[in-house]
Design a protein around this ligand. Structure first.
Ligand SMILES: Nc1ncnc2c1ncn2[C@@H]1O[C@H](COP(=O)(O)OP(=O)(O)OP(=O)(O)O)[C@@H](O)[C@H]1O
Length: 505
């Protein structure tokens, strides 16, 4: 269907892709794998016309010059779409304030009437949109605003849009990171159907189990170079990891310590009683002590992020009490929380986290500087040393600490934001999905670091949709469902035990 050969890409003279190839057959789901910064997104941007390659060729079946390299690279995503190559991004890139049908046809409305008088044929727009959303398994009102629907539906709508362009190649870059298990299953059903209709689908993910659930073949990149291409059956997970890393993954070092011994007479570091907020969170109790990692488990929409925001002063509770070291507190903003030694590493790094134009050094030093206040500036040398330490500790792939953070790969930006909050050495660190978009080796490093910090006395509230991580790292698991707390489970509980508690609600 499509073949890329000898792809090179440099940014400011630095090679990011070196002699990379990709072969896509009709009717296959092809996983593109690699560590953070391996070059996956760059390859996809080249393929979809978002950026030009520095060299290389594309061959496309069914084009005028089938079998021959196409004479010109698609110059824009629109040009790539005309060749039948469409992308569905992780952050849905549609217009929330247009209807579903408008989103599917924006810029390409069917019209009726003659010449100048041609008007948009809304009946046809809506009718065709209805047919397309049915093809992706949705039964929704296409005249309603896109923003009325959850992210999972919006993602399927962007696939419907891709189908309306009669795509032959569909590219999904980390499409499942905001979806729950059920939504992932539905998305996979749709992808399998589209594959069986002859589409080539490229799938980028850091969830290894999903690779094995859905792909037919795998291409691995490492450090901008092509490592190989395998049928999925020939590349079991340990071999895939070794191909991505260029070495075996060290035996698991994530080793939770026995629960720290607590003095029952001492107040907890943070304790809430009956804390709640309107429709956002039902009143709940929670206790966090120095040295313990508390996992917060629940499905999407269970209220985990809402709780994190309430604890950190980003939202104000309308009932309940919050105590730090036994003293009642009322945080009216995050600065109040930071002064008490709290830190929150947010889930949405693009909107809440990175300052794209600032360097890696400045981004990492930001929170520590804010906490120290204007009276005590960190010198540039201090900032550099701090940033350098975390670049090494978390394996952040960057040319230097002076590189603007916006130029790092998504996963490496995420690591830098995590470093920003670790650097403040808070007494209580709230981590909201710290490993989302992070590759398998770096996940391990981050979990180990969390446990090291807890051992040194930090309290951690750990939120992750990956239940395996929660049960592995937590000394205690607090389970939420439908915006209320349903119970707690001790360290060592199985994933199934957590799911059962959620289901029992
Ligand atoms: N515009 C740019 N200028 C300079 N370097 C860039 C630019 N865009 C990407 N890079 C570099 O190219 C390398 C590959 O990045 P890319 O985003 O393709 O990685 P990735 O495999 O998609 O990683 P992730 O899993 O973290 O999303 C990174 O080292 C990144 O810093």
């Amino acid at each position: 269907m499509l073949q890329l050969t000898g792809i090179h890409k440099q940014f400011a003279g630095i090679p990011v892709l070196r002699d990379v190839q990709l072969r896509l057959y009709p009717g296959e789901i092809h996983a593109l794998m690699g560590q953070n910064g391996a070059g996956k997104s760059t390859l996809i941007k080249v393929l979809t016309g978002a950026i030009p390659p520095s060299g290389g060729q594309m061959r496309l079946a069914g084009s005028e010059s089938a079998g021959e390299p196409i004479s010109a690279w698609p110059e824009s995503p629109l040009a790539a779409q005309r060749l039948g190559i469409s992308t569905v991004y992780q952050e849905v890139n549609l217009c929330p304030n247009l209807s579903v049908a408008e989103n599917i046809y924006a810029g390409r409305y069917p019209r009726k009437g003659l010449l100048q008088g041609r008007r948009i044929d809304w009946a046809a727009v809506n009718q065709r949109a209805r047919e397309l959303v049915a093809r992706v398994g949705l039964d929704i009102d296409v005249t309603r605003l896109l923003s009325d629907y959850p992210v999972a539906v919006q993602q399927l709508v962007s696939i419907a849009r891709a189908l309306s362009i009669e795509s032959r190649v569909l590219i999904l870059d980390e499409p499942t990171s905001s979806l729950d298990d059920d939504e992932v299953r539905k998305l996979f059903d749709v992808l399998r159907r589209l594959r069986d209709e002859g589409l080539s689908i490229v799938f980028v993910t850091h969830f290894l189990n999903q690779v094995y659930a859905i792909s037919d073949r795998i291409t691995v990149l490492r450090n901008g170079s092509w490592v190989g291409e395998w049928p999925v059956a020939d590349l079991p997970a340990p071999a895939l990891i070794a191909a991505m890393l260029g070495r075996e993954l060290a035996a698991s070092s994530t080793q939770r310590q026995a629960e720290p011994a607590f003095d029952a007479n001492q107040p907890a570091l943070l304790e809430v009683e009956g804390l709640g907020q309107g429709g956002q969170l039902q009143p709940m109790d929670l206790r966090l002590r120095a040295g313990e990692v508390v996992g917060l488990a629940g499905l999407l929409g269970a209220g985990r992020t809402e709780l994190a925001r309430l604890l950190f002063g980003l939202e104000l509770p309308d009932r309940g009490v919050l105590r730090v070291d036994g003293q009642v507190m009322a945080f009216s903003n995050p600065m109040d929380a930071i002064r008490q030694g709290l830190a929150l590493c947010p889930e949405e790094r693009k909107t809440d986290g990175i300052v794209a134009d600032l360097s890696v050094r400045e981004n990492i030093a930001l929170a520590l500087q804010a906490r120290q206040g204007m009276g005590r500036f960190l010198s540039r040398a201090e900032q550099s040393a701090l940033a350098q330490r975390y670049v090494e500790l978390l394996g952040i792939k960057t040319a230097s600490v002076e590189t603007p953070i916006g130029l790092l790969s998504g996963g490496n930006q995420q690591k830098a934001i995590l470093a920003r909050w670790l650097a403040t050495e808070p007494r209580l660190l709230i981590l909201d999905e710290p490993t989302r978009g992070i590759d398998v080796a770096a996940k391990r490093e981050i979990m180990d670091q969390i446990l090291r910090l807890a051992q040194a006395g930090m309290a951690v509230l750990f939120i992750s949709s990956e239940m395996s991580e929660v049960v592995r790292v937590a000394h205690r698991i607090v389970v939420l469902r439908d915006r209320h707390k349903v119970g707690e489970l001790p360290a060592g509980s199985s994933e199934d035990a957590v799911y059962e508690m959620i289901a029992a609600g």
